[in-house]
Design a protein around this ligand. Structure first.
Ligand SMILES: [Mn+2]
Length: 358
């Protein structure tokens, strides 16, 4: 497997590539053109420059996270045709720079959601947390979105693009008539349209699970369990219709048995990308993001890595969100220090699994 690190680009990420290059075992970065609104074609010239910059630092650029799907595609509006054509064009441009995997999600309106970006843990570190009781009391999602944005300081949150947040009201109204079944239909339509291009370009689409893996604010969510992902990979049957196995997103519902889900999709060769992280479930619907260490959280990270190893996973993996430690100032969940510790830990588990096999 190839160990990677999410990086937001030199103008939007305080972490320089040269620091990332020094993390043991790292092969590349996972990045995107964050300033482009969803639905636009990613210009080849910019992609070439980005690749050059990453390669110059001694790193590969083979995974994009994310090429965001325009809301009109998720809503199934007639205007989706143009956005789907643009998406295909972006896939073709990404092929030109050697990209192998595109991570995306199909969550209506909100991307990953937390109720706090800087909860203080007992060791003095800061982390992101979620509490369904807080979400249940929110009557105005716009106010909630504003509050979360205020907590991010100067850093815009990935997946919470300003243009999408600015029209929350209109989007909520538009989704009133979209059921779970309709959203699945719209996903199927999208996948059937783009997968032939993915096959031609040898680029895997890796769908990220809903985070948290249940409906929020009454919006439908359809990618949150073994069964739902089985439905998704079957609705457009192609080896390029794959999954981003995010342990934190799926695992915040304790009904999701992570090693079992990994074995199920790993055997089918449908896991293209892994987000490996841990979190501590305090009670159903309430959790915080812990360090990667198994005993700090609710997941058995050894069993997770073992399931990947046993199914011959040879795709891309990255540590996911980290805490803020050692007074680091940066993008919530995406500091250097704790994620680098996460990599060192995952490397250690991987080495011990490999040696035990001999
Ligand atoms: Mn993730």
């Amino acid at each position: 497997m190839k160990m990677t690190f999410r990086w937001y680009g030199s103008s939007m990420d305080p972490i320089p590539l040269k620091y990332i290059r020094q993390i043991p075992g790292i092969t590349g970065v996972v990045t995107s053109l964050m300033d482009l609104p969803a639905g636009e074609v990613w210009p080849l010239e910019r992609l070439k420059k980005l690749k050059q910059e990453v390669n110059k630092a001694g790193l590969e650029l083979e995974v994009i996270e994310s090429v965001n799907v325009h809301e009109d595609i998720k809503l199934g509006l007639a205007s989706r045709e143009q956005y789907i054509e643009n998406y295909k064009e972006t896939i073709r441009n990404l092929k030109e720079i050697g990209v192998k995997v595109i991570c995306y999600n199909f969550m209506p309106v909100f991307d990953w959601t937390r109720t706090s970006l800087d909860r203080v843990l007992s060791d003095g570190s800061n982390t992101m947390s979620y509490d369904q009781d807080i979400i249940n009391k929110i009557t105005d999602p716009q106010k909630f979105a504003d509050e979360i944005q205020n907590q991010t300081g100067e850093f815009e949150m990935a997946g919470w693009e300003p243009e999408r947040m600015a029209e929350l009201k209109r989007l909520f109204q538009a989704y009133e008539t979209v059921s779970h079944e309709q959203l699945k239909e719209n996903l199927k339509y999208f996948l059937e349209a783009i997968l032939p291009v993915c096959e031609e370009c040898d680029i895997k689409m890796a769908m990220h699970p809903d985070d948290p893996p249940w409906d929020i604010f009454g919006l439908p969510r359809i990618a949150n369990s073994l069964e739902s992902f089985e439905e998704i990979i079957s609705m457009a049957d192609s080896p390029y219709n794959c999954i981003t196995l995010c342990t934190g997103s799926l695992g915040s519902n304790p009904d999701n048995h992570l090693p079992e889900i990994i074995r199920h999709f790993g055997r089918k060769k449908r896991i293209a990308f892994v987000h490996a992280r841990n979190l501590k479930i305090e009670k159903p619907g309430k959790f915080y993001e812990s360090s990667h260490l198994s005993r700090d959280g609710s997941f058995d990270m050894y069993e997770i890595m073992k399931a990947l190893n046993e199914t011959g996973f040879d795709g891309y993996i990255r540590p996911d969100h980290g805490r803020m430690i050692w007074d680091e100032h940066g993008r919530a969940g995406y500091g250097l220090f704790d994620r680098a510790l996460g990599i060192a830990y995952l490397n250690g588990i991987q080495e011990s699994i490999e040696k035990q096999k001999k």
